[in-house]
Design a protein around this ligand. Structure first.
Ligand SMILES: [Zn+2]
Ligand SMILES: [Zn+2]
Length: 381
């Protein structure tokens, strides 16, 4: 089965991208780069004065009617309605005084000077009018979908309706998701959460209409996982757990023959485990880690030679063992640490798989340090 989720190409803000420096879980957050570099916000912004045209020069018929706001489904360019700092649609629009440049509130509040013109910022004022335009823009793209549904009488045109419905909402879903990812990367978590919530709402609406197909379940599972990431990043562990649980619920309904889905599912379980762990609920944490481990083991049984799956199992083993150790199951913990080491030591990667190799080595370091620690305790005792 191919990955059905149209969102899979969009990198998920997964476990590797939201770091905690706590070394307890060093295994999962091995590749520690900050997600946002405080570089000049202009560096990567390609300002195009030619709103349309260029992208369609490759001979394909341009079917889509042009949006008066400049919305372009291929590139998602939204100059006048987007924030230069996070490169996403304005959220909580705020105007700098005196220069009048606008940004998201969260984004501009990290600056003393306007990033666009360099003027000192005396204060920022919220710009409700412009925010209304942004909100209407988002709703406008929603209305295409809704009026399409409403105008159809049930019955004979049903098949036709489904096609249009899915088509439009797919576009909107990818669009919202892309906006959310940009906002997330710029650490504007409220903005990301707002777009993702809308996206989740859309998919739920579709599930009500068309039933829970595996495609919709996997989409919703992924989006709910990202909502969990937002809440976690905002320090709202309670809501994060609820979203991750729901993500697990939808992904759990799907057949386990898709690596993308099983990975997301096992990651969501681990994230719940982590949140419980940090909350001191160690037994509960361990249970979630074990569920994740079991899923990963099953995948490895089917795909015994896929390096990323072997790494996943080793990471899960380390997590379960760590929780075992903390709750006092020392012997079980040692067994699991050894099993993980064995897996990783017998894993040979190709020269070009450098990031996997880095991960392999850092997990191996962690595992060996755990065993050394244990041996020291034994000799001391
Ligand atoms: Zn922004
Ligand atoms: Zn300015």
């Amino acid at each position: 089965m191919k990955p059905v989720c149209p969102f899979v190409k969009v990198a998920r803000p997964d476990e590797a991208s939201s770091k905690k420096s706590t070394d307890k879980h060093a295994v999962e957050e091995a590749d520690g780069k900050p997600t946002v570099s405080p570089k000049c916000p202009f560096a990567s912004s390609k300002q195009s004065t030619d709103k349309y045209g260029v992208e369609e020069a490759d001979g394909k018929p341009t079917v889509s009617p042009k949006c008066p706001f400049g919305y372009d489904s291929q590139t998602f360019k939204l100059g006048p309605l987007s924030c230069l700092i996070c490169q996403a649609l304005l959220f909580d629009t705020s105007r700098c005084v005196p220069c009048s440049h606008v940004f998201c509130k969260v984004c501009i509040s990290r600056f003393n000077d306007c990033p666009l013109c360099g003027a000192d910022i005396d204060k920022i004022e919220s710009d409700k009018n412009l925010q209304d335009v942004v909100d209407r823009f988002i709703e406008g793209h929603a209305r295409i979908k809704r009026s399409q549904v409403d105008s159809d009488k049930e019955g004979e045109v049903r098949e036709n309706k489904m096609v249009i419905y899915e088509d439009v909402s797919f576009e909107r879903g990818s669009f919202l998701l892309q906006q959310a990812m940009r906002a997330f990367r710029a650490q504007n978590f409220e903005s990301a959460k707002s777009r993702l919530s809308l996206c989740a709402e859309d998919i739920r609406g579709e599930i009500e209409t068309t039933g829970s197909t595996s495609e919709l379940c996997s989409q919703l599972g992924a989006v709910l996982g990202m909502l969990g990431d937002c809440c976690r990043a905002m320090g709202d562990a309670g809501s994060a757990v609820i979203y991750f649980e729901e993500s697990v619920e939808f992904l759990g309904k799907l057949p386990r023959d898709d690596m993308e889905i099983t990975h997301t599912l096992s990651v969501s379980l681990n994230k719940i485990g982590d949140l419980k762990y940090y909350d001191g609920q160690l037994e509960a944490a361990r249970d979630y880690y074990v569920r994740s481990l079991n899923i990963r083991r099953d995948v490895m049984k089917r795909l015994p030679t896929v390096p990323s799956q072997i790494l996943d199992v080793a990471v899960s083993l380390a997590k379960v063992a760590d929780a075992d150790k903390v709750v006092g199951n020392e012997d079980t913990a040692l067994d699991r640490f050894h099993e993980a080491i064995q897996l990783l030591e017998s894993l040979t990667l190709k020269a070009e798989e450098t990031s996997l190799e880095q991960r392999r080595l850092s997990v191996l370091d962690f595992l060996k340090s755990q065993i050394e620690e244990k041996e020291k305790q034994n000799t001391a005792a």
